[in-house]
Design a protein around this ligand. Structure first.
Ligand code: UDP
Ligand code: LCN
Length: 803
């Protein structure tokens, strides 16, 4: 504890009002306030003057409170979490006595977690001996980013760090580099340097000089095979390049690195080393397939992301291997769960070729119970935990069988896939990349504090432990946006929420993840441009198909379609998502129903889940379906709504966005929280103006008012104003719709492409591969031991109890 003065936090003149405000809060009924609650209370306290970030009066009290994330009142004290910078908190404790604010002190994370647990359990007595988890000591070895603005640029940072280490400590690094090249193999084949002919780094430099000179002198017309033969005599194996020039360039880069290392040369040289030809992408849950799956429970953007990712990656890898002079075709295996009872999908098929690729396949491996029996039905992503260890073992065997060996890179997806990738990486030593897609911790409010109440349905105790283990064990992490890591100036990031937290009665996590470690890298996904292209590119649109989809979207009837539109020409408000609570489709419908000025001039068209609650096994989906029907009935929305509870082939969804754009409609993404939001990208590249939630990824995709609009989906009044404002303006100034549409297309083309994604992913793999070899391997062993202990004592035991 550390006593401090209020004046250390805010201006002297504002100490009194701040204390009065805190005093008032302490007398209210709310005991655990989040930022939004605090700002609303402040607005009321200041007689309605709004305190939202943009219009915040620059008082020091306002500035301070605007960065407060939580205030918890318990007994005669309160704690305040002040996030003074992105990724950095200070925690204060205040005590009240005799109707006024008394003591102020800064407390440690440990003390805060004790306070939080006492609050949750409503007891200040003995709370039991807790399991305390702290990964921070395992990061001591690593250089850490200092400025939060640079978070997510891990690779640039690491490059600079490594090149300056080479500069400062040349002997050590020259040798590391040499050893790395000497042992470099791909699929068992020695590449680059033959260690029996070139035994030291001094000799390597000498030979490089000789080779460079020779390559510079020889006739360009000399057949490449002969060049290769001569280089082999000198001690150089394959992998330097596919032409004389390319070999020369690569060798020169290495000489430059030895001579005058800088980050640019290091990156260029390492990214030329052929390190990857086989990749396994792990994504166990949901229905992973190419048809009839999107929109089912647990089956959405992750599937789309992976299918697009592997296509782009295969092309890029093939090009990369060719340029290295290797005649190897890359192979990518998307590993998922085999579901014998696969409904109308192909999820019962073990191997499935991925359309539009040469050597990418889906490999399905079933979940098995303790007796080894195959589980033959779909299981919600919240229930997969007991099956993952056995699944990992079976996947390893299956990969050996299908790829002939283990892959060169493992990419985990979501909590379950990341855990499997970590376990596999631990077993095989293969480099591991994590992609979270969506961390549930931030999606479900108080999912750590009140975990016990949610445990039966959600099993967050296992999911968050799996997250902790895999995010710490991963060699590198890819996120789609910056906010996923460290949020915004005012709101915490998704990874940041793992920094410290407690699950009362289970564990206190004092140091869950180090955001400042260079393992974090932002690489945004793209969209398949052959499917999501602008509505005005008429030549690319197949007329017959467009007509058929228009009929289905606006007129056809059938079991899984609800509602006939009275006037199909009215401006459509379109939305499409899985029917999860968090997607808030029913919330948007409620907003539509509430305001006649919206539902009298617009139609509501929705593609989501099913229309019949009896057709789903997923409890959340069932609940949402019933809520939608209630809203339609209570508000008499017949004739104004069309709800398609069906799965569309991916290509058709492109045409659906374009059809809505033809009608000058809008796409609304109303999620209470969206990790990234691929539908936002898809609609934008189709030229359809988007209104998307301001909570999460869309805030980084859309530039508000320029390439779309950001909305607060919980404030229906504001959404109405924005929608009506946009539609009216549109009438008066017909360009508005067109401007947003044009800017949206441009934004996606400039910022979100799979080509850029693949280039960066491959560079990351190589540079982290080198980093792992050169520096971090010893330290990683310690982290591995700690993680194994946690896995066995915390995760595995609880997972077994689920069965
Ligand atoms: N999608 C679809 N049909 C549906 C619902 C969703 O084809 O009924 C597709 C949609 O086009 C997008 C993906 O599923 O490609 C959803 O991705 P997003 O990132 O928006 O959300 P997620 O479902 O991953 O949370
Ligand atoms: C999961 C989500 O919930 C979405 O927000 C993402 O766009 C999708 O995965 C792809 O990363």
């Amino acid at each position: 504890m550390n006593m401090i003065q209020w004046m250390d936090l805010i201006d002297k003149s504002e100490v009194k009002p701040l204390c009065a405000f805190l005093m008032k809060l302490s007398q209210g009924t709310e005991r655990y306030l989040l930022r939004n609650d605090i700002l609303l209370a402040l607005e009321e306290f200041q007689d309605g003057r709004t305190m939202d970030a943009e219009c915040l009066k620059p008082s020091s009290m306002g500035t301070f409170l605007n960065k407060v994330q939580e205030i918890i009142f318990f007994e005669d004290s309160a704690v305040i979490i002040h996030r003074y910078r992105m990724g950095k908190d200070r925690i204060y404790k205040i005590s009240f006595s005799d109707g006024s604010v008394n003591k102020l002190e800064q407390i440690s994370t440990e003390e805060f977690l004790e306070f939080r647990d006492a609050f949750a359990l409503q007891s200040n007595g003995y709370l039991g001996n807790k399991l305390k988890i702290n990964f921070m000591p395992f990061y001591d070895y690593s250089p850490l980013i200092r400025d939060p603005k640079n978070l997510g640029k891990g690779i640039e940072f690491l490059n600079r760090h490594m090149s300056s280490s080479i500069f400062q400590n040349p002997d050590k690094w020259h040798n590391i580099l040499f050893e790395f090249l000497k042992i470099h193999c791909l699929g068992g084949k020695q590449l680059l340097v033959n260690g029996s002919k070139i035994r030291t780094h001094e000799l390597l430099i000498e030979r490089l000089d000789r080779a460079v000179e020779w390559l510079g002198d020889i006739e360009c017309a000399l057949p490449f095979q002969e060049i290769v033969r001569e280089l082999k005599n000198m001690g150089f194996e394959d992998g330097w390049g596919d032409t004389r020039n390319r070999v020369l360039e690569t060798m020169q880069l290495l000489l430059d690195l030895y001579e005058a290392p800088d980050s640019h040369t290091l990156e260029n040289f390492i990214s030329r080393i052929p390190m990857v030809s086989k990749v396994a992408v792990i994504s166990p849950h949901g229905f992973f397939g190419q048809e009839n799956v999107l929109g089912r429970p647990d089956t959405g953007g992750q599937v789309v992301y992976i299918l697009d990712q592997v296509k782009a990656l295969e092309t890029y890898l093939a090009e990369n291997l060719r340029l290295s002079g290797l005649d190897i075709e890359p192979q990518i295996m998307v590993v998922t769960r085999l579901i014998p009872n696969s409904e109308d999908t192909t999820c019962h098929v073990r191997l499935e070729k991925i359309h539009g690729t040469k050597n990418c396949r889906i490999l399905r491996v079933p979940f098995r119970d303790e007796k080894g029996e195959v589980i033959d039905y779909w299981i919600s992503r919240f229930w997969v935990w007991p099956y993952l260890e056995r699944f990992t073992y079976d996947v390893k065997e299956a990969l050996d069988e299908e790829l002939g060996r283990q892959p060169d890179l493992l990419i985990g997806n979501y909590s379950d896939g990341n855990l499997v990738a970590s376990l596999l990486s631990e077993e095989t030593g293969v480099i591991q990349c994590n992609i979270a897609h969506a961390l549930e911790k931030t999606k479900y409010l108080f999912s750590d504090l009140y975990w016990k109440d949610m445990e039966e349905e959600y099993h967050f105790s296992l999911q968050f432990t799996a997250d902790l283990l895999s995010m710490n064990m991963a060699d590198f992490i890819i996120t789609s946006t910056f906010q996923e890591i460290a949020g915004t100036s005012y709101i915490r990031g998704q990874y940041e929420s793992y920094h410290y937290y407690s699950m009362p009665g289970l564990c206190q996590v004092e140091g869950g993840i180090n955001l400042f470690h260079p393992k974090f890298n932002v690489i945004s996904p793209g969209v398949d441009e052959s499917i999501y292209f602008p509505y005005f590119e008429k030549k690319k649109r197949d007329k017959e198909k467009t007509e058929a989809i228009r009929e289905l979207l606006l007129f056809d009837q059938g079991g899984n379609i609800f509602g006939t539109l009275e006037d199909p020409k009215k401006t459509p408000i379109f939305t499409m998502a899985r029917l999860d609570k968090i997607k808030n489709i029913a919330g948007l419908l409620e907003c539509f129903a509430k305001y006649p000025e919206i539902h009298n001039r617009c139609n509501f068209i929705v593609i989501a889940g099913k229309v019949d609650p009896d057709q789903t096994e997923d409890p959340e989906e069932k609940e949402e379906i019933c809520r939608m029907h209630r809203l339609i009935e209570e508000n008499d929305l017949q004739g104004k709504i069309r709800w398609l509870g069906m799965q569309f082939p991916k290509e058709d969804t492109g045409e659906i966005y374009r059809l809505i754009a033809d009608l000058k409609g809008v796409f609304v993404q109303p999620a209470l929280f969206e990790a990234f939001g691929l539908t936002v990208l898809e609609a934008m590249s189709s030229g359809l103006p988007v209104f998307a939630t301001q909570f999460g990824g869309p805030s980084e995709i859309i530039r508000h008012g320029i390439s779309g609009l950001l909305i607060n989906p919980t404030r229906h009044d504001l959404v109405r104003d924005q929608l009506i404002g946009f539609l009216q303006k549109n009438g008066e100034v017909p360009l508005t719709w067109d401007i947003i549409s044009t800017n949206a297309i441009k934004r996606v083309q400039e910022r979100f492409t799979w080509r850029h994604y693949s280039d960066k992913l491959l560079k990351l793999t190589k540079l982290y591969g080198f980093w792992r070899y050169s520096v971090s391997s010893k330290e990683k062993k310690k982290m591995k031991l700690y993680s194994q202990t946690l896995y066995h004592l915390l995760y595995k035991k609880r997972a077994q109890e689920m069965l």
